[in-house]
Ligand binder design. Sequence first.
Ligand SMILES: Nc1ncnc2c1ncn2[C@@H]1O[C@H](COP(=O)(O)OP(=O)(O)OP(=O)(O)O)[C@@H](O)[C@H]1O
Ligand SMILES: [Mg+2]
Length: 285
Amino acid sequence: MDAYANIITMSIVIETHDLSREYKTYQKPEGVMNSLRGIFKREYNSKIALDKTTLTIESGKIIGLVGANGAGKTTLLKILSGLVTPTSGDARVLGFKPWERNYEFLRQISILLGQKNQLWWDISPVDSYALLARIYDLDVTAARKKVNDLAEMLQCAHVLNTQLRRLSLGERMKMEIIGALLHDPKILFLDEPTIGLDIVAQENIRNFLANYVKEKEPTVILTSHYMDDIATLADRLLLISKGNIVYQGTVDEFVLNSNSELAQDEKVDFEEVIRRFLETESRIR
Ligand SMILES: Nc1ncnc2c1ncn2[C@@H]1O[C@H](COP(=O)(O)OP(=O)(O)OP(=O)(O)O)[C@@H](O)[C@H]1O
Ligand SMILES: [Mg+2]
């Protein structure tokens, strides 16, 4: 494809400008008297989880969002998917303000929170999918076929009819992934889709996602603390530190830049570069 064709097919699907989110949490004082006083005069702690983030993401790209615990990754994904409202700044996802939760917007995106169940706990995944198919107004037969195809690819068809709460973490994650993909989202926010899984299950999900994105070409923002997920899946890296994006670019460039000041025999790979970055972070936290 020549450069001009590249420009006209390229489209920006996510755009943020000075996007910020501050959380205020009530500090409950110690002791009964102080608690009573707290009824009239409350003390709050405030925390800037996301600090004036400006970024653009092109259609069809897989972005690896990496940062230490508490850096603001989940906050960013929650804002972009409409689960959390920003305190200031602006964002457009597929032309929508996510926090307005327009139905047309919600139909085109999906968020998977690896640390949280989103399917219904007391019913089987198959029943959850039937409900989701109604919510998204999908053709029932097509949705059923989609579930079966995805379950086959993820090698988990045998648990589709078991109550969610009776499944292992790995089985549940696969069920959540199917639920997140059921309506063919154009944009996929994956917050730690392999958290807590054994290495074979991690690889399984990683390979599945790699095939899925190749075939469907959604735009994906993926977070993970497993650098293999990022190195295998991501086209680009977004590095976040204390609510600030400190690097946007390719994984290769990032490794190259980080290695540029090191002697030939000291050069390190992606995982080690990230490890050193996080180590510095923890020292200055
Ligand atoms: N609902 C909330 N109320 C108060 N503070 C919050 C809330 N959610 C997040 N925070 C704070 O905002 C900061 C960013 O949190 P966030 O969950 O976005 O981090 P993260 O990068 O996803 O971390 P992790 O890798 O541990 O998942 C943290 O300091 C966290 O304590
Ligand atoms: Mg998180």
